[in-house]
Design a protein around this ligand. Sequence first.
Ligand SMILES: *Cc1c(COP(=O)(O)O)cnc(C)c1O
Length: 353
Amino acid sequence: MIIQKSTAPRISEFDPENFSFGNMFTDHMVICEYEDGKWGEVKLMPYGPLPFTPAMMGVNYGQACFEGMKAYKDKDSQVFIFRPEKNFSRINKSASRLAMPEIPAEVFLEGLKALVDLDRDWIPYGEGNSLYIRPLIFATEEALKARISNKYMFAIVATPAKSYYSAPVSVKISDYYSRAANGGVGFAKAAGNYAASFYPTQLANEEGYEQIIWTDDSTHEYFEESGTMNVFVRINDTIYTPPTSEKILDGVTRDSFIQLANKRGIELKVEPISVKSVIEAHKNGTLKEIWGVGTAVVTTVFKAIGYQGEKLELPQLPLEESFALTLQKDLVDLQTNVAEDPFGWRVLVEKSI
Ligand SMILES: *Cc1c(COP(=O)(O)O)cnc(C)c1O
C-alpha cells in the first residue's frame, strides 16, 4: 500500500458537536485502479477531487456500484467496523452483475482498515455517532462505444455521521412504479437503482409521503423494500420480512435484525408479505409496527401507510413495547461496544499508521 498523508489536514475544522451528515469528508481516501486485466496498488492519499472526462464510461452507461458501512468509537476510543466482510462480498456480487471486475479482499479490507485507522480522529464518539464509509467502483475508460469498460476505479471515502434518530415517516405503497424486476439488478447496489428511484419518490413526496414501499413489479401485491431499506412488519407479536431475492437487496442490517430477534426469542418469519394482509391487519387492529432498516439510519419507523388514496395511521409504540426500537437498541449497543458481541460482528481497527 502506498501511503501519502495529507499535509493540510482539515480535522481542526471538524466540530463533532455541530456538523451535518454527508458533506464533510475525512482527510484521506483510498484509491485503486484497474487496468490491463488487474488491480494496481492500493493508495491511501489526501481526500480531494480527481480529473475526469465527460467521455468516461461510468457516467455515460452507469457501470458503477457502491457500499455503505460504518465505523464506531467506544468510550475508550477503540475503533470498530461492523461486519465488513458482508460489504466486501456484496460489492463483488454487485460488480459481477454489472460486468465489472471483482475486487480482491486485500484491496477492499486493507484499504478500508487503513483509512479508518488514519482518519480515526474523525469518528465522533457518542450515542448513535459513527463514521459513514462509502466504498465504490466505477468505470473510468474514456470511450463511448456501449460495451464493458476496460478500466475501473475503486475508491473509499468517509464522512462523519450523527445520531440515528430519524423521525417516523409516512410511506406510500407503490401500485405503479417498481424498484426492481425479475432478471434485473435489484439485488445489486447499482448506482442506477438509486437514480431510478428518485422520481417516483419525488412524486410520493408531493402527495405527502416521505418514502415508498416498493412492491413486486408484476402484481404490486407484495412488499419488497421501503425506500433504500429492507422492510419489517409486525402483526400481533410476530415479525415478518420478505425473503431476499434478485429483487430484494440482502441488507446487512436486515440480517442483523433477524439474528437479534432470534436471540431475544421474538417470533420472526421470513416470508412474502402481501399488501392485502397488511391492510387487513390494520383493519382488525393487529398491525403493530412497520419499519425500514439500513446502515445509514439503522431504523425508520413508519407512522402511516398510504394505499390507493387512503392514509392508514399506525400506532407509535414506546421503546419498551416496540420491537423495532428494541432491536435497534440491541444493534447499536453491539456496534458501539456497549453490549457484548456473541456473533463476532465487531472488527477492531488497531492503531498502526
Ligand atoms: C443498501 C441498501 C439496503 C440496506 O442494506 P444495509 O446493508 O443494511 O445497509 C437496502 N435496500 C437497498 C435497495 C439498498 O441499496
